[in-house]
Ligand binder design. Structure first.
Ligand SMILES: [Zn+2]
Length: 227
């Protein structure tokens, strides 16, 4: 496995690391972004942990390329706030291919360069989806008609069949959120595009564990990890 890292949005307050892990065999590209919202710390920690394990070679990408940006919104993460403007409303919408923020522009450029087959956007949200249809905690969200739908359903079934507490069960949501990175990746890049949302009221280690579990499932499904 070949490892690279480089700075994104260099010289700006948004400057952050982009990590690349190339498997020995050719295969799909998978892009994972966390920290578009700075206070969703469980998802950021999970992405940082993933990078650490890959760099230590505790985990190896077998085929394809994994691209990880663990902290997309550095100024918001430093203050542990969602971020203003909300970066997840600044990605290209509709037929307009332009992002309206320097950081979403930098991330969208990476999407255009690597044309990922899979795009995972890691977030955290309020509530438990097992309790209410109106909350996003413990959900996997994709766009209506996105090619990821069957895989998302399969992964949710697998995770909910483990010893996970019933109240922590994951549910699928289908939504076209204009200006979000998921919708931009779905509509402009034609990626299988998924937002991962854990519940931010759970214990930090539990949230990191769920994020990690979901990401591993997707990496296995995409063929990057040994089954
Ligand atoms: Zn979020």
């Amino acid at each position: 496995m070949l490892t690279e890292k480089r700075k994104l949005a260099k010289g700006t307050p948004y400057e952050t690391w982009l990590h690349l892990f190339h498997g020995k065999l050719s295969g799909p590209n998978v892009m994972i972004v966390a920290g578009i919202h700075g206070k969703e710390v469980g998802s950021i920690r999970a992405a940082q942990e993933l990078v650490k394990q890959l760099r230590n070679q505790e985990l190896t990408i077998r085929r394809g390329t994994l691209i990880v940006v663990p902290i997309a919104n550095q100024p918001a993460f430093k203050k542990r706030v969602r971020g203003n403007p909300d970066l997840n409303r600044t990605f290209p919408r509709g037929s307009d291919r332009r992002a309206t923020h320097e950081m979403s522009r930098a991330l969208f450029k990476i999407m255009q360069n690597y044309n990922p087959d899979w795009y995972l956007d890691l977030h955290e949200a309020n509530g438990l989806s097992s309790k209410s249809k109106n909350v996003l905690g413990q959900t996997l969200i994709t766009n209506p008609g996105n090619a990821a739908v069957p895989t998302v359903q399969k992964i949710i079934k697998q995770i909910n069949a483990t010893s996970i507490r019933p109240s922590h069960h994951f549910h699928i949501r289908l939504h076209k959120l204009k200006g979000s990175s998921r919708t931009a990746a779905s509509e402009h890049i034609h990626a299988r595009s998924v937002t991962v949302e854990t519940c931010w009221s759970l214990k930090m280690n539990t949230r990191i564990e769920y994020q990690t579990q979901v990401v591993r499932h997707f990496l296995r499904e995409a063929g990057l990890l040994q089954k």
